[in-house]
Design a protein around this ligand. Structure first.
Ligand code: FAD
Length: 388
């Protein structure tokens, strides 16, 4: 998702862009454009709109106008309303496959972007002026800049010598779409349960996408159990706020870890998206953050001579620092706070939710989360083309 978005952003520059993707776009095995749905914040919507694809995404996007946060079995509850912050919505839920189809179609119309898929990068060699990629069909490709958008366990990151740390959360996200007896009314629910966060995001068809964080063995059992049992157990954990749960679609699971590259660049190489940082989905920020990586890098490239110069790469790392650190820290702290079953932690988070519900500035700060944690906003997020 991030690599395709970057390629589209660069399509308006004078550069030749080669996008190498291991799994064909329409394939059921596509690991990025898969069955999941993504909550796009207003910042991401603005970037996609500036890139000229939002109008095609919008019909399949469900607005999120309210967010309800609660702690199962405790008193804490907070409600955010977009209208109170003069926003049409906090964000929009979009199916990854539909998002992928729109991006891919747009790329096919860009003569400077060559799509090489299915094709897998198998090796990287870096010189002073060029980097050379080996592709699995035996061909070699020389580039001034290689952007690694190849996911958490990026081969490009490893072969470029960039260290990365990985901390397993010991949790799995179980993802499925459900239908209830009440059509989703633009409300997203985040419920913190004893097993971990449970989110219901509204979908354009009136149903919800569920992201349920569970211990690995419990997630495996929930993935395999029959539909009636799944609906019963989900209803028990979530409650009745969204109505009676009637049906569940295909279930998929994702092991959760915080993966963080020590550096964002090496000679002739930059990292974006999951290759740079892979976050817990609790705050639905991974793609939103990755898209800002892509928008910032595209802007720097558009204004430079050599897209892989040392100066450009260090500017990129510097501009992404605050947003990246802020979002990684915020997400990680949220997981820890709501994961704890210690009495003091439960009291603190419930008091926190209650105070938060009464605290307008805190709500305002959260409603601006989708614009990032600091540093200059990329031009694409401000509705401006890459260059003035
Ligand atoms: C359950 C869940 C829910 C989420 N919900 C949200 C949300 O609501 N909002 C949000 O902002 N984020 C969300 N995220 C995070 C979001 O999914 C990621 O941030 C996003 O997928 C990152 O995209 P990416 O393109 O960087 O990497 P990936 O999606 O990991 O894609 C990497 C791509 O690289 C390709 N590739 C890998 N190796 C090679 C190679 N050697 N050669 C060529 N190609 C290769 C792969 O085939 C793949 O297409 C969620 C994550 C999870 C797990």
């Amino acid at each position: 998702m991030v690599g395709a978005s970057l390629a589209l952003a660069l399509a308006g520059t004078r550069l030749k862009v080669q996008l190498i993707e291991a799994v064909a776009a329409g394939s059921n095995e596509q690991p990025s454009f898969d069955e999941r749905s993504t909550a796009l914040g207003n910042g991401a919507r603005q970037i996609l709109s500036t890139l000229g694809v939002w109008d095609q995404i919008a019909p399949a996007a469900a607005p999120i106008r309210e967010i309800h946060v609660s702690d199962a079995g405790h008193f804490g509850f907070a409600r955010l309303n977009a209208a109170e912050h003069e926003l049409a919505a906090f964000g929009y839920t979009v199916n990854n496959r539909q998002l992928g189809a729109v991006l891919w179609r747009a790329l096919q119309r860009c003569p400077q972007v060559q799509l090489q898929s299915p094709a897998r990068v198998t090796a990287l060699d870096v010189g002073l002026q060029w980097a050379e990629l080996r592709i699995d069909d035996g061909s070699l490709l020389q580039a001034r800049l290689v952007v690694a958008a190849d996911g958490a366990h990026s081969l490009v990151k490893q072969t470029a010598g960039i260290d990365s740390s990985e901390r397993d959360y010991g949790q799995v996200a179980l993802v499925a779409n459900i239908r209830t007896d009440r059509s989703a009314r633009a409300i997203a629910y985040e419920r913190f349960t004893a097993t971990g966060p449970l989110a219901l995001l509204p979908l354009a068809d009136g149903g919800y996408t569920v992201v349920w964080t569970l211990a690995p063995d419990r997630a495996a059992a929930m993935r395999e159990c029959d539909e009636a049992e799944f609906c019963r157990l989900l209803q028990h954990s979530f409650g009745w706020r969204a109505g009676r749960i009637l049906a569940v679609g295909k279930r998929a699971s994702y092991p959760l870890a915080l993966v963080r590259a020590e550096e964002l660049c090496a000679s002739r190489v930059a990292l974006v998206g999951n290759a740079a940082q892979t976050l817990h989905p609790v705050a639905a920020q991974g793609f939103n953050l990755g898209l800002r990586d892509a928008a910032t890098l595209a802007e720097l490239i558009a204004g430079a001579g050599d897209p892989g110069s040392e100066q450009l790469l260090s500017q990129f790392a510097q501009r992404r620092g605050a947003d990246r650190r802020g979002m990684i820290g915020f997400t990680d702290q949220l997981v820890k706070l709501f994961d704890s079953q210690r009495v003091t932690a439960i009291a603190a988070r419930n008091l926190g939710l209650l105070l938060f519900d009464l605290n307008a500035p805190a709500k305002r700060a959260l409603s601006r989360l989708s614009w990032g944690f600091g540093g200059a906003l990329p031009r694409l997020s401000r509705g401006l083309p890459l260059q003035s």
